[in-house]
Design a protein around this ligand. Structure first.
Ligand code: C5P
Length: 294
């Protein structure tokens, strides 16, 4: 069998970790045989499309950007509530020693309480546009080029986010990456006629239910029914299941970005993702893999 991995030089870089090279080799071979007509790409948003950090400063999540909208920023009760929730639940989300099965219930709790906290706030799309421009979210190096290539190649792209959908969509639009081939599944806000938020449009999507639960019966699902190869990119262990709801997917190549708790989390990431990128703030590896496949 040809050794595909050797044909993609970037995969031998020191921060690129692969546990099972034979499995990756097979998968790359199968996906490249299927070609672009059989391919779809699924991206997580926060810390996957955006950078995990810039010079050590962590990147704001879409929910954190939302909280900087003036009517949220000036609402002390709201700020206190979300600060308290983040202090309690974020360390749990990131803790490599807590089993995923124990985290699920706690993440559900976090998202339900977040929904409760934003309900009653009043804001407009203009507020969202402005906060996204002000926060200047940094997309990974090479992200814009990658999205442009995927659009030209007519490969369907799903941005599957447990973040705040309205912020995610606005950032994608402002960054000029929301091409016609891109769909977003996320927590979109539901507004009352007077601009007051009543909650999310659908049941909350959190970091560990980004799977068949949220993907079935969507436009994207129907669009990719005949595409049985997928590349999935994420930074959280739960992101690896993002193609799980698509039973027709035979080859799912999972690429994981790891930055926090590197030493402790690496074994789990290596078990979960086919390629693990340690502190890599670029799209260089996914682009090189795609260039090989096309
Ligand atoms: O796009 P992605 O699925 O990664 O977005 C989810 C992220 O949003 C989680 O990693 C979580 O840490 C963050 N979050 C937040 N504030 C909330 C809920 C989630 O910053 N209220």
């Amino acid at each position: 069998m040809p050794d595909i991995i050797d044909q993609i030089p970037i995969l031998s870089k020191r921060n690129v970790q692969i546990k099972n090279k034979d499995k990756l080799n097979d998968m790359l071979l199968n996906i490249s045989k299927g070609g672009l007509k059989k391919l779809q790409i699924v991206f997580d948003f926060d810390k996957t499309i955006t950078k995990q950090h810039e010079d050590g400063v962590p990147h704001l999540s879409s929910f954190a950007i939302f909280s900087k909208i003036p009517s949220c920023l000036n609402n002390e009760k709201y700020q206190e509530t979300v600060r308290g929730l983040r202090l309690k639940y974020y360390p749990i989300e990131m803790d490599p020693h807590i089993p995923v099965k124990d985290k699920i219930e706690l993440m559900e709790e976090w998202w339900n309480l977040s929904e409760k906290a934003i309900s009653g706030l009043k804001l407009t799309q203009k507020d969202i546009d402005e906060v996204c421009l002000d926060c200047k979210p940094a997309l990974r190096e090479g992200c814009k080029e990658f999205f442009s290539t995927l659009n030209k190649a007519k490969v369907p792209v799903l941005v599957f986010s447990a973040g705040c959908g309205d912020i995610v969509l606005t950032i994608l639009q402002q960054s000029n990456v929301f091409w016609p081939n891109v769909k977003v599944i996320s927590n979109f806000l539901n507004f009352h006629d007077d601009g007051t938020i009543t909650g999310f449009k659908d049941k909350p999507i959190h970091v560990f239910n980004k799977n068949e639960y949220a993907i079935k019966n969507t436009d994207f699902y129907n669009l990719v029914e005949d595409r049985n190869n997928a590349i999935v990119l994420g930074d959280s262990l739960g992101d690896a299941s993002m193609a799980q709801g698509m039973e027709h997917c035979q080859n799912v190549l999972k690429i994981g970005f790891l930055y926090e708790h590197i030493e402790d989390a690496l074994p789990q990431y290596l078990d979960t993702f086919d390629i693990v990128l340690v502190d890599d703030q670029t799209m260089d590896v996914p682009r090189a893999v795609f260039d090989f496949i096309r």
